[in-house]
Design a protein around this ligand. Sequence first.
Ligand code: ADP
Length: 268
Amino acid sequence: SNPLNPFRKIKEDIHQFVQLKEKEIDELKKMEAFRKEFIADVSHELKTPIFAAQGFVHTLLDGAVKDKSVRTRFLKKAAKSLDGLDLLVQDLLTLSQIETGEIKMHFEDFDIRRLTEEVFDQFENKAEKKKLDMSFEPGIPDEVIVHGDWKRINQVMTNLISNAVKYSGEKSKVRVNFIPEGEFVEIVVSDTGEGIPEKDVKRIFERFYRVDKSRSREKGGTGLGLAIVKHIMEGHNTKVDVRSTVGKGSEFRFKLKAGEEHHALDEV
Ligand code: ADP
């Protein structure tokens, strides 16, 4: 036998070990870069509402505004900025909790039609103001049982319907449809609103990505809604598909496992 063999083996082991460590260092560098970018983004996003509120409050403190109605208007604007800040921090917390796996998904069977009805109720006022026609696609069953995390899917439907309402002009249609597909149910949220330019569609799930920053902010958007949706979908081993045409509208689709239907009569 070759007496050099044991050394060759050791050399190979060392080489392999070094390669493994190099890979780990690469990963850590990537994570570090991601973290830095994230902190830069977040700081920037926090600054905007803080600056706005600061501006109004300091102007009022300086006492330069004599007109009472103008003072009230400034206070309202400061309050709006602070509300936006609150929403942003809430969304950031949700996103980070989902990303770090702090929130364990809790799977159960539930009726997604009823869940959606509750979300519709939440947006009734806004929809009415814009004279939107918001409803289910005709012909869907009275009960649509799916398997998923109720609380998280509630957030997904809230974010998608909120966007459909936000980015649609007067008298647009907002529709939700449930399409059974074997052991799955496909959920479709569509609108006949402003649509998304083709070059932006693939980026809208990135955190803080907005087609029109000032427009999104003005409508109370945090730029995190769809990033949260994407993460929740990953937690359900599924993803969201988007189709959109500028001036025509948008359509968001995702699939969930169908749940066991609950037949009260069977149990008698
Ligand atoms: P935001 O808080 O800005 O609404 P989202 O992550 O929910 O953030 O959405 C990202 C961007 O995608 C929005 O700023 C908007 O430009 C675009 N978008 C999302 N949904 C729709 C929709 N239904 N119609 C048109 N544009 C949309």
